[in-house]
Design a protein around this ligand. Structure first.
Ligand code: ZN
Length: 205
C-alpha cells in the first residue's frame, strides 16, 4: 500500500478528474490486479471520484463489497454476466453510478438494450487484461456510433469513455470521435515528465 499511496498522491496532484481502478480476477482476464480491500485502502486516503472498472465474473456477488470499499461508480464488462439488467439495478440500488464496458471482439449491439440505464459506456481500445498495449484505432467507429445514438436520442445520458492505450498522441482523435472521458494509464507514467504536465496536455486537447 505504501507505493500505491504514493502513486495515488501523484494522481490527485495531477489535476485528473477521477481515479480509474482496473479490477482483474485472473478469470475473466488472465491478469490479477487487486480487489475491494485495496480500493478501501485507497479510499481512506483520497476524496477523488473512484471509477471502478470490474474485469471479473460474478459481478453481482461483488457489488456490495465494492460499495463498502468506497466505489463511486461500478462499471462491468458486458461479456461477464448473463444478468446484465439485474446487475445494473443492484448497483443503482447500492447508490453507485453504473457503467458497461465492451471488449474489442464483442458485438456492440449487445449494449443497445441497456444504454438508457447506464451512466457510462467504456469502449475498450485494447484487449482487456494488460497495460501498455497498442491503441486499436478502429474502435473509434464504436465511439462515433455511440455519440450518434446520444445525438438522436437525447434521453440517453451516458458518458462515453475510452480505455486502453490512450495518450497525448491519440487523445484528440478520441475526443473528436465523441469521447467524454479518457482513461490513461501507461501514458501518465513517462520518465522525465510530471504527471501534471501530461494531464494538462490531455485535458487541453
Ligand atoms: Zn479500465
Amino acid at each position: 500500500m505504501c507505493c500505491l499511496a504514493d502513486e495515488l498522491k501523484k494522481v490527485e496532484e495531477s489535476g485528473a478528474d477521477m481515479l480509474h481502478l482496473d479490477v482483474m480476477d485472473g478469470n475473466f482476464v488472465d491478469n490479477i490486479t487487486f480487489g475491494p480491500d485495496t480500493v478501501l485502502g485507497l479510499r481512506s486516503r483520497s476524496k477523488m471520484f473512484f471509477d471502478v472498472h470490474l474485469m471479473i465474473y460474478r459481478v453481482y456477488d461483488y457489488v456490495e463489497r465494492f460499495k463498502k470499499a468506497g466505489a463511486d461508480r461500478l462499471t462491468f464488462q458486458v461479456e461477464a454476466t448473463e444478468y446484465i439488467d439485474d446487475t445494473i439495478k443492484f448497483i443503482k440500488t447500492c447508490n453507485m453510478q453504473v457503467g458497461l464496458a465492451i471488449s474489442p471482439e464483442t458485438n456492440p449491439e449487445l449494449l443497445l438494450p441497456h444504454l438508457a440505464k447506464v451512466d457510462q459506456v467504456i469502449v475498450m481500445t485494447v484487449h482487456p487484461g494488460f497495460a501498455g498495449q497498442k491503441f486499436m484505432e478502429e474502435m473509434l467507429d464504436r465511439v462515433e456510433f455511440l455519440k450518434t445514438m446520444k445525438k438522436n436520442h437525447p434521453e440517453l445520458k451516458f458518458e462515453i469513455s475510452i480505455d486502453g492505450g490512450v495518450g497525448i498522441n491519440n487523445a484528440k482523435k478520441c475526443i473528436g470521435a465523441g469521447a467524454d472521458i479518457l482513461v490513461s494509464a501507461s501514458a501518465l507514467f513517462q520518465k522525465g515528465q510530471s504527471m501534471r504536465h501530461i494531464v494538462n496536455q490531455l485535458q487541453g486537447v
